[in-house]
Design a protein around this ligand. Sequence first.
Ligand code: GLU
Length: 466
Amino acid sequence: MCADVVTRFAPSPTGFLHIGGARTALFNWLYARGRGGKFLLRIEDTDRARSTPEATQAILDGMAWLGLDHDGDVISQHDMAPRHIEVAHALLEKGAAFKCFATQEEIEAFREAARAEGRSTLYRSPWRDADASSHPDAPFVIRIKAPDAGKTVIRDTVQGDVTIDNAQLDDMILLRSDGSPVYMLAVVVDDHDMGVTHVIRGDDHLNNAARQMMIYHGMGWDVPVWSHIPLIHGDDGKKLSKRHGALGAQEYQVMGYPAAGMRNYLARLGWSHGDDEFFSDAQALEWFDIDGIRKSPAQFDFKKLENICGQHIAAANDAALRHELAAYLEAAGKPALSDAQLNGLEKAMYCLKERAKTLPELIEKGHFVVASRPIEADEKAAKHLDTVSRGILSELTPHLQDVSWERETLEEVLNGFAAAKDTKFGKLAGPLRAALAGRAATPSVFDMMLVLGREETIARLTDAAA
Ligand code: GLU
């Protein structure tokens, strides 16, 4: 246990919770929860033009579906602006930042000259070392004073030590001329103030880390443990696109993937524990560590996702599945099932959950429980209900009247009946499936008979025979 671990997920609310974001959230959640630490949520809504309350809600909903609960209140980065401004002024006091009065034209001229001379166009302001007495009464921005020479080393637990030449750093703006703080400052101040000890995030933020380090150093703050994880690619190794599965987390909910399977699959995207593919939350919490994060990009693979989800459905508790089915229907905007239908599905779950990869597949397998008489046969099933088959069903029905309603007896009766007809049970199965479920693919005939009970079974066979 390491109860002082604090991680955070810091999404920008500019769209839904995409699959890469969900994985980042999961890794931070696993790391903190597995160590008895805290997992915090900060909405990075400093970009007022691009942030929307709908996107924030979509992120919260996606996390709730995935079961990624956070500690404390959701923090709005925008609300912390006064504190960001305070830190910019503190940096100014310490001499780690300075007021820059350069105009837009002057900065452009600097860049043009740099380009012409083949120098770096990263801005270094002539105001870096100016004496306050020389400051004009004019608008200014506050900039960090980038280190003159040397190198910055980012100690990253995934990427190793990443060394950046300080010549690649600019006198980055901290406060704009309207006094508003920039995002790069906000991230550092918030992480520090929230007591974040470990930052796990996409490696598209690695370059930011070097710039953020200037602020940590300027304030004399401890740098958190950084883990920049490789992004997710499609199964062809290319950048993840919609076609590859770059959808919102909730689209997976609507497609009917169970949350536990999704968590398991997302954990495996870029992290591994030996050869383990299928594991429980408890195992993931016990096993998850930065050591297991791979340096190469993970590839999104729908087949694997389905396979893992299927195993989670098979392993799930029946009552839990019942609730998950109801929640799925609501999320997918499908008609709700009645309590009686859900009760039936729960009772039948033992024979449904073995081979369903998604929740809609589970419902389709349970169609025989959900449907009510008269059972309508779909096109495939209807082929099994010709005149001969209907005659057979009507002959069979009396044999079921008085037998004990147990698997063994039912097997004996049906096999005996088939033998008497000089055929195999397999030949009876099609008509029985059609009569009992109206489908050609169903759980076993015996399971359906046991779940439906004698009265309903006989009624359905009689309906079909008529
Ligand atoms: N808001 C950033 C993003 O959504 C994350 C910043 C961070 O984790 O430091 O990509």
